[in-house]
Design a protein around this ligand. Structure first.
Ligand SMILES: *Cc1c(COP(=O)(O)O)cnc(C)c1O
Length: 451
């Protein structure tokens, strides 16, 4: 190890506090320090190259050092790096809003910016709540309904609608009450007996809650097509559409959290597009800037927007705003990101990659310790289990998912598990041969560690 790497690791261990990390374990580990990126590879301070198998935590879209995004950011930098949206407009934020309105599911033409996925959801929650307060004099719609296994971020509002126990358990005394409907996790179905039953049973459970409590419910929050942090838990086709139908029937605003699914990863630009769904709020972050900058957007309808209009002293304004709202560098990166989708026909070229990925993933089917492989477009979760037949999980202290991912590093692949589910989520720019390499290394590592 070079002296530079040694120094950086020791300073990291001395000063940094890493997210979602047991720092005692980190302090005893041998961390990689990433210095550069190129295409679908990350390069560490030792000059070693790694395939970026999880898109730098689900954000990178067209690869690293993408020429067009690099130069868009540089060009913006030569004009101004930041100017506020509080009381002023700025060029890239306006141009990006127009572009987002163009491609968003029908009618979502109003854009509120923030910096990350959690705030994108938090903003939708506050807007939905305030919308009902300001449109209904007898309003009792002050709660939300969300799904089992949901993850919507780490702020108090987004944690309150989330349900991953180990993430939120400690904070529960501070969270607001949320109605909870079952997400159709077919494989360990919470209500139904088999795949067909599960969707109907989950929808019935949702409708039962809406029927009894719709007068108390402002909005319904959902991760469309799959629940990411729960372990890439895919939902059956038509589920999102049915949720849209029910929320409309009971006058509950639908908040679709596309922080993970947005920008092509599931095979359509937005997961909503696959089912022809138009939500009341669309939350975007991760891939918005192609994975370059912390930028998020909450899109909504004119109907919601109009409920916030009035005289200044009616105090109907939306009282929310982050200092870096609409940051010009982030917006410039996001515009370049959208241009690339168009210029390089990214969505068309993705189809073949998704088919290849599906083929490659079949290799796991014969594995004795793979309980299920779940795929949504260019995303997959490979769930490792102690017993394939009973789906009995491994004891959590074995940290099998973690160990598989650590092993993969030795072969030049960065992946990250969710519990014992191995997640593969490469950039959309991944090539066929890189995809083969990613699945090949993962297969070998799973085999080696589960024998
Ligand atoms: C990552 C994620 C979030 C949170 O986004 P941050 O930028 O980490 O705050 C919210 N919802 C979903 C579905 C996510 O995947």
């Amino acid at each position: 190890m070079t002296p530079k790497t040694k120094r950086l690791i020791s300073l990291d261990k001395k000063h940094l506090w890493h997210p979602f990390t047991q720092m005692k374990e980190w302090a005893e580990s041998d961390p990689l320090i990433i210095e550069r990126g190129k295409g679908n590879y990350l390069i560490d301070t030792e000059g070693r190259r790694y395939l970026d198998g999880v898109s730098s935590l689900w954000v990178t879209v067209h690869g690293h050092r993408k020429k067009e995004i690099d130069s868009a950011v540089k060009k913006q930098l030569s004009k101004i790096a930041h100017s506020t949206l509080l009381g002023l407009g700025n060029t890239p934020s306006i141009e990006l809003a127009e572009r987002l309105a163009e491609i968003a599911p029908g009618g979502l033409g109003r854009v509120f910016y923030s910096d990350n996925g959690s705030t994108a959801v938090e903003i939708a929650l506050k807007m939905a709540f305030q919308y009902h307060e300001q449109t209904n004099r007898k309003n009792r719609k002050r709660k939300f309904i969300a799904f089992t296994g949901a993850y919507h971020g780490d702020t108090f509002g987004s944690m309150s609608v989330g349900e991953i126990d180990i993430f939120v358990k400690k904070y529960r005394p501070l969270l607001f009450d949320t109605f909870r409907a079952p997400y159709p996790y077919c494989y360990r179905c919470p209500v139904g007996k088999d795949k067909k039953d599960c969707k109907t049973a989950c929808l019935n459970a949702l409708e039962d809650i809406l029927k009894d409590h719709h007068e108390e419910i402002a909005g319904c929050v959902i991760e469309p097509l799959f629940e990411g942090a729960a372990g890439i838990v895919t939902s059956p086709p038509g589920f999102l559409k049915a949720v849209r139908r029910l929320t409309r029937k009971y006058d509950v605003l639908l908040i679709v959290d596309e922080v993970a699914t947005g920008f092509g990863r599931t095979g359509s630009m937005f997961a909503c597009d696959a089912e022809g769904v138009v939500p009341d709020f669309l939350c975007l972050a991760k891939g918005l800037t192609g994975g370059y900058m912390p930028l998020a957007a909450t899109l909504t309808t004119e109907k919601v927007y109009k409920a916030f209009l009035g005289r200044y002293d009616e105090y109907k304004s939306f009282f929310h705003g982050h200092t870096y709202t609409g940051n010009p560098l982030g917006c410039a990166a996001a515009i370049a990101n959208l241009d690339i989708f168009k210029d390089e026909k990214v969505m068309e070229r993705l189809k073949g990659k998704i088919t290849l990925f599906r083929e490659l993933l079949k290799r796991f089917e014969s594995f004795g310790h793979v309980g299920e492989v779940r795929q949504a477009g260019l995303i997959a979760g490979i769930e490792l289990v102690a017993d394939r037949k009973t789906k009995k999980p491994y004891p959590s202290d074995e940290r099998l998912g973690h160990r598989v991912c650590m092993e993969a590093r030795k072969y030049g692949l960065i992946i990250r598990p969710l519990g014992d589910t191995i997640v593969i989520m490469p950039p959309l720019s991944i090539t066929g041969s890189e995809l083969k390499k990613i699945v090949g290394i993962t297969c070998d590592c799973v085999k080696r560690l589960t024998q």
